[in-house]
Design a protein around this ligand. Structure first.
Ligand SMILES: [Zn+2]
Length: 157
């Protein structure tokens, strides 16, 4: 889903996809930038120690009170929330589950997403709309793919 028409190049070949701006890999890239620019001592120390950063490092830095890490999560959550708000307006779902590795960002991510969705969507659509984090973490995609295959293989048709 395109989140920014003039945005970053995405692995899929398009520009400005949400995944290119906010995903585990995008967050790791932005965290490494913040560490190198000197805006985050916590992330810089983690980068120095490990040689690279992941979304889990951003979560740990945010939990330690690192302002730059918190900003990365909030900005990503706002962007994700904007996309989810559009989906909520279109599909009017009864539940939104955020899955994948970014679920490790926990409450900071959820708070930003909820704020953006509730601000941007109609109260009629969000009046009884739980927005929660999935419980499968980074294995959600693989488990979903396995379910698709098993549904296809064992379908009566
Ligand atoms: Zn893409």
């Amino acid at each position: 889903i395109q989140a920014d028409p003039d945005g970053r190049a995405c692995a899929c070949g398009n520009k400005g996809c949400l995944e290119a701006h906010f995903s585990g890999a995008a967050l790791a890239r932005d965290a490494e930038d913040a560490a190198r620019e000197g805006s985050s001592p916590e992330l810089a120390a983690r980068l120095e120690a490990a040689g690279s950063l992941t979304a889990a490092d951003v979560a740990a830095a945010a939990a330690a009170g690192d302002a730059a890490a918190l900003d990365l999560i909030r900005e990503g959550g706002n962007r994700l929330g904007q996309v989810i708000a559009s989906l909520v307006s279109f599909f009017n779902p009864g539940l939104v589950v955020i899955g994948g590795g970014v679920t490790g960002l926990g409450h900071n991510l959820l708070a930003s997403v909820r704020t953006q969705v509730y601000k941007q969507s109609l109260p009629l659509a969000t009046g009884n709309l739980p927005i929660v984090l999935g419980e499968l973490g980074p294995t959600a995609g693989v488990i979903g793919a396995a379910r698709l295959i098993s549904d296809h293989l064992f379908s009566p048709a």
